[in-house]
Design a protein around this ligand. Sequence first.
Ligand code: PDD
Length: 281
Amino acid sequence: RVAWVNGRFRPRQRAAIPIDDRAVLFADSVYEVCEVFGGALVDLTAHLDRLDRSLRELAMAAPMGRRALTVVMRETARRNRVRDGMVYVQVSRGAAPRDFLFPDPPAKPTLIVTARSIDRAAAEARAVQGMAVITTPDIRWGRVDIKTTGLLPNVLAKEAARLRGAREAWLTDRDGFITEGGSSNAWIITQAGVLVTRPADGGILRGVTRGTLLRLVQEMGLPVEERAFTRAEALAAREAFVTAATTLVAPVIRIDDEAIGDGRPGALTLELRRRLHDVAE
Ligand code: PDD
């Protein structure tokens, strides 16, 4: 196992960043998770685009150019023999004595790249079983459109889900609308067969998988609405699912212990999952 840290590969066990790195002190850092499917990095361009946007929004310098970063990501997957799994990329504003203000002159950004394999068959078997989700208030900050490592609210929400036997938490805004999952975007399919997911207008992270699926369902000619939906509407839905780089499309079968549809993964959800896998391959 090796990790890329600031310009070189290190054995994973000994890979480290300074204690005054701003990722450690302030979560002053952004990240991407890119799925590896049969050796290929899925939706790589979209992930790099979003990383660029996150950096720009926080006035953070890129650690290297896109081409070089792509080489490092591929090489990290290769050196860790990852054919199926994920590549993790994190960029921080660098190491500097603790001060809220940006370091002046700017510090050298810290780049971390790691890769991990998953057992595709086991993940597939688990995913098609469907998952339970809970709903819990969205207590995150106002810039959830930026993919920062400041994920404590997400950690707490997902841990609360686990304690209630669920795998994901659907976060609800003050008006009772679902924003997204702790680490995924939320979707429902209404009784009329309309796919519904919240618009990426600032209240959610604009998921790369969400974007890919939106294009796919439009190509398929399926009715889709980008609008907010409530917990009540989700409970009355025919099907529900989440999207994320790590799971692509994963069926949701229970919300707060109430069954969705017949309590089994929805037929359209499973078809979309298959199709997205075909696109990824
Ligand atoms: N999470 N919303 C949130 C809050 C997320 O953390 C993620 C991804 C998504 C889905 O985005 P995408 O389709 O681009 O993966 C939505 C990653 C997988 C993670 O933190 O592990």
